[in-house]
Design a protein around this ligand. Structure first.
Ligand SMILES: Nc1ncnc2c1ncn2[C@@H]1O[C@H](COP(=O)(O)OP(=O)(O)OP(=O)(O)O)[C@@H](O)[C@H]1O
Length: 124
């Protein structure tokens, strides 16, 4: 790897692969589509309520966190199904823990959303 010359076209290809991963996530994972709709609604609400820079930072982290964890969860599910297509107690444990990570990230994002938006809504 270190001996390879720097190549712009290879860097562009890496971006293409990464966007392809995102496309697969949104195409195959219904949860990810729900996250996308919620993220878009949050961004629109943020623009309507004219959030501060710090509030935008919090919201950006919350949205990013959910997508990153969803991508890692889906990756783990795919690897698990590939290495062990049959039902197995260990695979159940692995998948349940990966799903728990998604749950925690979603609850964290929800908490951030409530902290940012509830005071704004109450002050209307
Ligand atoms: N091979 C397996 N062996 C044992 N249990 C499994 C196996 N595959 C799935 N499960 C159980 O079913 C649950 C759902 O697994 P599945 O792969 O269908 O994820 P999913 O419902 O598609 O999750 P997500 O909503 O994140 O896409 C797992 O959390 C696990 O409890």
């Amino acid at each position: 790897m270190k001996d390879q010359k720097f190549s712009i076209s290879k860097r562009i290809a890496s971006f293409r692969f990464a966007f392809n991963g995102l496309k697969i996530l949104l195409k195959e994972e219904h949860n990810a589509r729900i996250h996308l709709v919620i993220a878009l609604c949050t961004l629109i609400a943020g623009a309507i309520f004219r959030l501060s820079a710090y509030e935008w930072i919090a919201i950006s982290f919350a949205i990013g966190l959910v997508f990153i964890v969803e991508l890692i969860n889906t990756t783990i599910e795919h690897i698990a199904d590939f290495v062990c297509p049959e039902r197995h107690d260990k695979i159940k444990k692995i998948k349940d823990m990966a799903a728990a990570a998604v749950l925690i990230s979603a609850l964290t994002a929800l908490a951030i959303g409530l902290i940012v938006f509830v005071p704004r809504i109450l002050s209307i």
